[in-house]
Every structure is written in structure tokens, then in C-alpha cells.
Design a protein around this ligand. Structure first.
Ligand SMILES: C[S@@+](CC[C@H](N)C(=O)[O-])C[C@H]1O[C@@H](n2cnc3c(N)ncnc32)[C@H](O)[C@@H]1O
Length: 186
């Protein structure tokens, strides 16, 4: 992360629409999450707070799905756009779109799958918005942290634990109790 990005993050942390710090889901867990949610070319995948766009790019390259990333940080968004452009060029199809915006100013109503890697506080803020917008049958897959129990608990359909989030950590640096994916169906 550059100094400018770190400074911007500090400034944003107390904003009411802040979803959480810049961090990235390990690539192996992105691949697993897309398989876990059974993402297919019929899906439209949203990542609200997409950082470098890796989830959206993988959704297109690995699963043939259309994807949309929304990111509030201009630096992260620029990286995500570059990655999206490369993926679209490779696929010769505009499957990946990235927008620089607050997730709260963007509608996710067309999404059939939403990916979330946010702290519980971020999931609580996002969860309320998604409940208003998503169509019945839409899936929400979260990495590490759950959606709020009171409003999303009954929509939880599957939980899977993984011993490692990185191939090189197969010896066990990560805790299997913590390294989880959760699947919710609206
Ligand atoms: C933990 S990272 C998740 C990154 C990505 N989804 C992944 O799994 O690799 C959270 C991201 O949300 C972004 N963010 C925070 N508040 C936001 C908001 N209101 N709208 C859009 N993005 C936001 C941060 O800049 C950061 O890139």
C-alpha cells in the first residue's frame, strides 16, 4: 500500500459509509469462494469494496461470469480497472466492469452473487443495503466473517472451513477454524 493510500484510509475510517480497511482475499480463497457459490456464466457477480479487483477478474476468467467491482479508493480502483481491462482483452469480451464509487451510491440489484470480505461492522452496514436490493435466490458469499446473525442467520445455507488460504501454507500457518467461507441465499 502506498503512503497516499494509507493516509486516505486513515481519513476514511470514521466515515459512516466506511466498509473497512484495504486488504485482499488470497487468490486461492477467491477461486474456492467462486466454486463454493457455484458461479457460472449465467451469474452477475458484485464485489462491493473490490480493492484490486481480483474477485471480479477471477469471476470472469475462471467462471465466465459478468462482474462488477465498486471501490471507493482511487488508487485501488485504478489497479482494479487495469486488471479488468487486461482480463477483458484476454477474453475478447467486456465481462468485468469497475466503478470508483461508494458502495452505498451503487445499486447491486442486478447481482445474482455478491462477494464480501469485510469485518463484521462492514458486513452489518452492507447487509442492510443488500437485503433491500437483492432479488430472491441471490447468493452472498462471505470470507472469514459472517453477515449479522439477526437479519441474515436464517439465510445461511453452507459453511466450509479450509486448513489453509495459501498453497504454500499447506503445512498449516492458517487456522482452519478461522479460514471460512459462508454462503447465504436471499
Ligand atoms: C477488506 S477489503 C476487500 C477487498 C476485496 N473485496 C477482496 O476480497 O480482495 C475492503 C475494501 O472496501 C473498500 N471500501 C471501504 N469502504 C467502501 C465503500 N463505502 N464503498 C466502496 N468501497 C469501500 C476499501 O477501500 C477496501 O478496498
Amino acid at each position: 500500500m502506498t503512503d497516499a493510500t494509507t493516509a486516505r484510509r486513515r481519513e476514511r475510517m470514521d466515515e459512516p459509509d466506511d466498509l473497512g480497511p484495504i486488504s485482499a482475499t488470497p487468490d486461492l480463497m477467491v477461486t474456492r469462494a467462486l466454486a463454493f457459490a457455484d458461479v457460472s456464466p449465467d451469474d452477475i457477480v458484485y464485489d462491493l469494496g473490490c480493492n484490486d479487483g481480483r474477485v471480479c477478474v477471477a469471476a470472469a476468467l475462471e467462471r465466465g461470469a459478468r462482474s462488477v467491482g465498486i471501490e471507493i479508493d482511487p488508487g485501488a480502483c485504478a489497479v482494479a480497472r487495469e486488471r479488468a481491462a487486461r482480463a477483458n482483452a484476454l477474453l475478447k469480451k467486456d465481462l468485468v466492469r469497475v466503478e470508483e464509487a461508494s458502495a452505498f451510491d451503487a445499486s447491486a440489484s442486478e447481482a445474482t452473487v455478491v462477494f464480501s470480505y469485510l469485518l463484521p461492522k462492514g458486513n452489518a452496514k452492507l447487509g442492510a443495503k443488500l437485503l433491500k436490493e437483492l432479488k430472491p435466490g441471490s447468493r452472498v458469499v462471505t470470507y472469514l466473517f459472517k453477515m449479522p446473525e439477526e437479519t441474515w442467520g436464517e439465510k445461511l445455507t453452507r459453511v466450509e472451513s479450509f486448513a489453509s488460504s495459501r498453497e504454500r501454507a499447506a503445512g498449516g500457518v492458517d487456522s482452519s477454524a478461522f479460514n471460512k467461507l459462508y454462503l447465504y441465499v436471499v
